[in-house]
Design a protein around this ligand. Structure first.
Ligand code: PAF
Length: 270
């Protein structure tokens, strides 16, 4: 991979990189299309990274659809599909040894609080992938808003030659944010799921810049009244620090179980 991409870079070509865990959907393809438009060569990796799963059953049940993924990537004019084995990405130990990177508390709130070790695993794998791919632009979806902030911070902290590009959330026509986990919803749950985005849209209307506690209470009550859902967290956070928001430029982030499936979503508040 490195030889191929070094040769391409030496002949003046620019590399666009989309790291994924597979089970691709239109959200991933939007990242590939953006990478296609901005660069000469598009590389997509598919690697279900064991070190970022805090729940072994989530890792076991994570959807894996490699043939369908390859067909979608071909149709989207991806040039190179990188499909490493666990032992290639983690040669010493399948659980991955972690480097300590100062993330300025970005990894301690929200997902970091509810999924211990998750961002350690993300930073671990993304830094290893960036080491393999080398100088490039790398594309991440804003659905994982906190991941995007963590990856930006890690790239800066390690001085990696990678420009991070965040891309807007892609939604189904009923508002549900596209996610590889959506295929695990039952038909009934799939009908109920858009309640998450509907609630976030209400939050956007209610947010006045200084009423986070009130909005939080309303959201918690709304989910408590829907027995199919179990709310992990709802937070209104500053977009840069991810600490509780104190002014208008904020993001509302939510994580909620619908049956056995954990879904996350967010909305920018202005
Ligand atoms: O967003 C994802 O799919 C994963 O967290 C990533 C960035 C590919 C790292 O494993």
């Amino acid at each position: 991979m490195r030889e191929t991409l070094d040769a391409a870079r030496n002949s003046g070509k620019r590399i666009g990189f989309v790291p994924t865990m597979g089970a691709l959907h239109a959200g991933h393809i939007a990242l590939v299309e953006r990478a296609r438009a901005d660069n000469d060569i598009v590389v997509v990796s598919i690697f279900v990274n064991p070190t970022q799963f805090n729940d072994p059953s989530d890792l076991k049940n994570y959807p894996r659809t490699p043939e369908a993924d390859a067909r979608m990537l071909e149709a989207a004019h991806c040039d190179i599909l990188f499909l490493p084995e666990v032992v290639e990405m983690y040669p010493e130990t399948a659980t991955g040894n972690s480097q300590t990177i100062q993330l300025n508390g970005l990894d301690e709130v929200m997902e970091g609080r509810f999924r211990p070790g998750h961002f350690n695993g993300v930073v671990n794998i993304v830094s290893r992938l960036f080491n393999v791919i080398g100088e490039c632009r790398a594309y991440f979806g804003e659905k994982d808003f906190q991941q995007l902030a963590v990856v930006r911070r890690m790239t800066h902290e390690l001085s990696l030659p990678v420009e991070i590009v965040g891309c807007p959330i892609i939604r189904e026509s009923d508002g549900l944010a596209m996610s590889s986990r959506n295929v695990r919803l039952t038909p009934e749950e799939r009908i109920t799921a858009p309640f998450i985005y509907k609630t976030l849209q209400k939050v956007k209307q209610l947010w006045a810049g200084d009423n986070a506690d009130e909005v939080k209470r309303l959201v918690e009550e709304a989910f408590a009244a829907q027995p199919e859902f179990k709310l992990d967290y709802f937070e209104i956070a500053d977009r840069d620090t991810l600490q509780p928001a104190t002014q208008r430029r904020a993001v509302a982030c939510i994580a909620v179980f619908l049956g056995k499936v954990r879904l996350i979503d967010n909305i920018l508040l202005d």
